[in-house]
Design a protein around this ligand. Structure first.
Ligand code: PLP
Length: 379
C-alpha cells in the first residue's frame, strides 16, 4: 500500500555493516534497519539458530509449553536487573507496538476500573496501532485517524513539573517514557527527570513504563537506557534489536505488576514461538559474549568525536550508538539522499538532524569510513 515513499535503493543481501544492491554495489549501513540489526546483517550465530530451530520446531501456540521462551525471559530479566535477577515476568509478542499495547492493558488491569489514563511525552513515539498512536506525543499523526482510543495525556518532554501536574486525578494509571526519544529526534532524558518521575509514580501509585524499543539491549551503552538514570521502572517494553531482524517484542513487568493479568486477559498467536525466541536467544548470547554495551560506548565516542569535527555539524546528541548530528545550513533529507548515493545509509530523523544507529559490532575502520563520507557529503 501507499504507506512509504518510493525507495531509492533495493537491497538484496547484507553482511555485517554492509548492504548490497542487485548490481552488487556495497553500502555502509549506519541505520541498522532503524536500530534493529544491532549485530549487523546475516550474523552467523543468528542464522544458525534459525536454521536449526526451523528443522526442529517452529510453532505450537501458547496453549502448550516450549523451552526457548522461558530461557530468553530469564536472560532479559537478568539484563534488566543489570546482572542480578530483575524480579519480573515477560510477555512475548511480535513488535514494539504490541509490547506497548501489552503494557497499557496491564496498566489498566493493575490499576482497576476507572483508572485507565496513561501520561506520555510530546515528541515521543510508541507505535502505529490506534492505541500506541494515541500514546505517541505527535498530534499531527493523530489527526487523520480521529477518534483514537481514549486515555492518553501528553506533557512537555523532560519537564518533571509538567508531568507532576498532568499525572493527577483518580483516572491516571501509568506514565510511559522513552529513555532517549528516538523517532522524536534522538533526545535523551535527564537522570533528574527519570528520578522525579519515579518519585511521582511511587507517591501516586502509578506504573512507570519505560519504552526501550529503540534504546534497549546495549544501544545506549547500558543494557537498557533507564540504567543510565539510576531508576527501576515497573514495566519495560522492547522489540527491534531483540531478534536482530526477526520480528519479536517483549513486555517485562515486575512480579507485582505482572500478577494483575489473569489467564485470558491477553494473548497472541505467534508471540513467544520457538523460531523468534531462538533468534533472540542467539542474539542475547552474542550480545553478552561481545559485551555490546561497552562496544557502543567506545564506538559511539569515536563517531561523536568525528561528527563534532565536521564544520556543518552544529552539535551531536544521543547516547552510545544512538546519535543525531544537528546540521547547520544543510537540509538533512538532502544530506541523507546524497550520503546514500555515496554509499552510506543514514536517516534524516528531522529536517535538521541525521540519525546514526549502526551495528553495535561496527569496527573503528567502518566508523572512520562513514565519517569520511559524511564529511564529504556535508562539505
Ligand atoms: N517504541 C519506540 C520507542 C519506537 O522507536 C518504535 C518504532 O520505531 C516503536 C515503539 C514501535 O515499534 P514497531 O514498529 O516494532 O511496532
Amino acid at each position: 500500500m501507499n504507506t512509504y515513499p518510493e525507495p531509492a535503493v533495493t537491497f538484496v543481501r547484507g553482511e555485517g555493516s554492509r548492504l548490497y544492491d542487485a548490481d552488487g554495489r556495497a553500502y555502509l549501513d549506519f541505520l541498522g534497519g532503524l536500530a534493529v540489526t544491532s549485530l549487523g546483517h546475516a550474523h552467523p550465530a543468528v542464522a544458525d539458530a534459525l536454521c536449526e530451530q526451523a528443522r526442529t520446531l517452529l510453532h505450537v501456540s501458547n496453549l502448550y509449553g516450549t523451552t526457548v521462551g522461558p530461557e530468553v525471559a530469564a536472560t532479559l530479566d537478568r539484563l534488566i536487573g543489570d546482572g542480578a535477577p530483575g524480579g519480573g515476568r515477560v510477555f512475548f509478542c511480535n513488535s514494539g507496538a504490541e509490547a506497548n499495547e501489552c503494557a497499557f492493558k496491564l496498566a489498566r488491569r493493575w490499576a482497576g476500573p476507572g483508572r485507565h489514563v496513561v501520561v506520555s511525552a510530546y515528541g515521543s513515539f510508541h507505535g502505529r496501532t490506534l492505541t500506541t498512536l494515541h500514546a505517541t506525543g505527535q498530534p499531527e499523526k493523530h489527526e487523520p485517524f480521529q477518534p483514537l482510543p481514549e486515555g492518553f495525556r501528553h506533557v512537555a518532554w523532560n519537564d518533571a513539573a509538567a508531568l507532576e501536574k498532568a499525572a493527577t486525578g483518580e483516572e491516571v494509571a501509568a506514565v510511559i517514557l522513552e529513555a532517549v526519544q528516538g523517532e522524536g529526534g534522538v533526545n535523551p532524558a535527564s537522570a533528574e527527570y527519570f528520578q522525579a518521575v519515579r518519585r511521582i509514580c511511587d507517591e501516586r501509585g502509578l506504573l512507570f513504563i519505560v519504552d526501550e524499543v529503540q534504546t534497549g539491549l546495549g544501544r545506549t551503552g547500558r543494557w537498557f537506557g533507564f540504567q543510565h538514570f539510576d531508576v527501576q521502572p515497573d514495566v519495560v517494553t522492547m522489540a527491534k534489536a531483540l531478534g536482530n531482524g526477526v520480528p519479536i517484542g517483549a513486555c517485562w513487568a515486575t512480579e507485582d505488576a505482572a500478577a494483575a493479568f489473569r489467564p485470558g486477559d491477553h494473548a497472541t498467536t505467534f508471540g513467544g514461538q520457538p523460531l523468534a525466541t531462538s533468534a533472540a536467544r542467539a542474539v542475547l548470547r552474542v550480545m553478552q559474549e561481545e559485551d555490546v554495551p561497552s562496544r557502543a560506548v567506545a564506538a559511539g565516542a569515536r563517531l561523536r568525536k568525528g561528527l563534532e569535527a565536521i564544520p556543518a555539524v552544529a552539535d551531536v546528541r544521543g547516547l552510545g550508538l544512538l546519535l543525531a548530528a544537528r546540521l547547520e545550513g544543510v537540509d538533512a533529507k538532502d544530506a541523507a539522499a546524497r550520503a546514500l548515493e555515496a554509499g552510506l545509509v543514514v536517516n534524516p530523523v528531522s529536517p535538521t538532524a541525521l540519525r546514526f544507529a549502526p551495528s553495535l559490532l561496527v569496527s573503528d575502520d567502518e566508523v572512520d569510513e562513514a565519517l569520511a563520507i559524511i564529511g564529504e557529503v556535508l562539505a
